[in-house]
Design a protein around this ligand. Sequence first.
Ligand code: IVH
Length: 700
Amino acid sequence: MNADSHDPEAVRAGSTPPGDMSEAEASAELASLAGAIAFHDARYHGDDAPVISDADYDALVARNRALESAFPGLVRTDSPSLRVGTPVASGFGKVCHAKPMLSLNNGFTDEDIADFAARIRRFLSLSDEDELALTAEPKIDGLSLSLRYEGGRLVQAATRGDGAEGEDVTANIRVAGAAPLELAGTPPRVLEVRGELYMDRADFLALNEAQDAADSKIFANPRNAAAGSLRQKDPAVTASRRLRFFAYSLGEASAPLAATHMESLAALGAMGFSINPLSRRCTDVAGLLDTYASIGAARADLGYDIDGVVYKVDRHDYQERLGQVARAPRWALAHKFPAEQAETTLNDIDIQVGRTGALTPVARLAPVTVGGVVVSNATLHNEDEIRRKDIRIGDRVVIQRAGDVIPQVVRVITEQRPADSTEFSFPETCPQCDAPAIRPEGEAVRRCTNSLECPAQRLEWLKHFVSRDAFDIEGLGARQIDQFVSLGWVERPADIFRLAAKRDELATLDGYGETSIRNLLAAIEARRDIAFERFIFALGIRQVGQATARLLALHYDRPEAMLAAVGPDADPEATTAELTAIDQVGDSMAADLIGFFANASNFAAVEDLLAQLSVIPPERPAENSPVSGKTIVFTGTLAGMSRAEAKARAEQLGAKVSGSVSAKTSYLVAGADAGSKARKAAELGVTVLSEDDWLAMIDG
Ligand code: IVH
């Protein structure tokens, strides 16, 4: 190893066999490797100007991996092997998607698929006789792209990014030859076509051969090769790679192409797009499962990677009615192929302490490749899981990895159990702060009881706070939080908004020049205005995910109202009643919310934070609809739609839907056999609407 570990550019892979090294030596080398690899990643991805050869870079990564597997206890929180995904290259412009680019919910079992179809039938209030056609098509393992055509010409190509905003890759797509630059026929004036960019296996192998011969970067799998080929600063490089594209859905369109998905695909085909030839229209679950089986059987011979089958409701009007939940449409499901498995040795078990204090055992594995990715850690979930699977340190184990989920230990190969394998005793105190770790009766998870006084919980909490769906501050990610926390600059979220006072100290840190400090502080300033739902999600309250955060934001409208309701002065019983009246908020979630704010230090941290912010009330979906801002209660059986659809539509129109009638109720919509609620509404003088009155009101 180079002696000058402070200069990341000078670091080279060491050659001392790990077995001959002391812990201190290994730890020092891992530290400089982490710095060096991060430095070269930034040169390669960010600046597209690497300063070492790919072979030297690969040697650093391999050395890091070798040291980590010899010293699993020394794996750093900023270890390059724990980093996932490619950092966003700053060289591409940003594109705001006209409609969000959604992801898909996953199903794994036949039962999941039957449930999916049944859920849709219920939502749409279809009877057994009504036809529900669903399509099945391969789930291509590439990257999704949005291609915008105006007047039949390609005007913009963008990656998915975070779903709301992606990168502008128009210049590269123009030369990639994967999609038409001009559409055939008479397309609508504006047409945004979405689909998957991918690379054939044969092209991927040929590319890697050429890369190898030129001593250039080898890609782990076709998907990485496609992504890497697209994200090139120089379109000429993209042009030299063979990229392909399957169109599979529409974004914005000035006029509809067709009434169904299958017909839309056909129309896209006629305009010049490649459409996957294995797509089928099915009229029952058995048909979907047959198609899944036949696509699965054809998988190895397709010439490109797929990781499952996507089912979609065929009729666009149904898709429209079904809408979306959080980031995924109700009308589609990805039926994933079974996970890929591999065998390896479990070297050790570490305990990680999460944001909510959960102690999670993590298996440290001898690195092994599964489905094109090197895996060296796997989750063991909880202590019962270790006991149930009888997992011991030193065991040979089968692990599996499916898609982006965390690798798991499936089972122990007991026939190969070494005589010296040792049982793991699960700690009863927090390994980070020594506080008692309690496992409530009936729960699987043991938790550190020290709340945010526990440094590990606080650190994870802060990382969650800045994460993508929370405050999402550019230039302030997990790594910077680690650094600022260890320097004592940030203890709670509000401190982030006081970092401007550390400008001079920041300048003394490695990697912080004038520009990056200015950018960081500007990014922080920009986040002082924050949407209420992001704010709630960012608080990292147990069980409060994005969907619940949105419900709470819509319910309370502003933080003051929420704090008054859940704060230490509130009456827990009344608060529980109010919270559980919000549809989808149950007793246990209400208890977690109340519990969070009952903790004085949490409450103080939230108040401190609020003083730094200007919180934006949630956007009501339709401000000027006749029911926006109104509180609606549905009762009885509706004839034309399910309760779930009625509720979703009312919310889309800006109404609040409640489960019980009170003086605050604006309208009670009474279907057939309405009972006590109708009586209560009459008593309180609440306007009662029939289903037809209601439809007339919302349809204008
Ligand atoms: S439809 C709103 N169809 O899978 C529905 N997605 O896991 C949007 N994907 O981000 C997606 N093949 O990149 C759809 N035939 C297919 C697909 C497909 C691959 C990808 C797509 C999406 C991801 C979600």
